[in-house]
Design a protein around this ligand. Structure first.
Ligand SMILES: [Zn+2]
Length: 61
């Protein structure tokens, strides 16, 4: 089973789509992602079970 899963997320400021690598061994995690295009940081809230991402929520903070 792959514990690391790649997920697409969309920047809430400019709409640019980027991919994040999620460690699904952590049930709930908050990541801060810097947008490659507009360079603004945003928060991604994740809910996971091992090998699977259950929920991805983008929060502009
Ligand atoms: Zn952006």
């Amino acid at each position: 089973m792959e514990i690391e899963v790649t997920k697409p997320v969309q920047c809430p400021f400019c709409g640019h789509q980027t991919e994040i690598v999620v460690d699904t061994s952590t049930p709930a995690d908050d990541l801060t992602v810097d947008c490659e295009r507009c360079c603004r940081p945003f928060e991604v809230k994740l809910a996971c079970s091992p090998g699977k991402v259950l929920q991805v929520e983008v929060d502009p903070g």
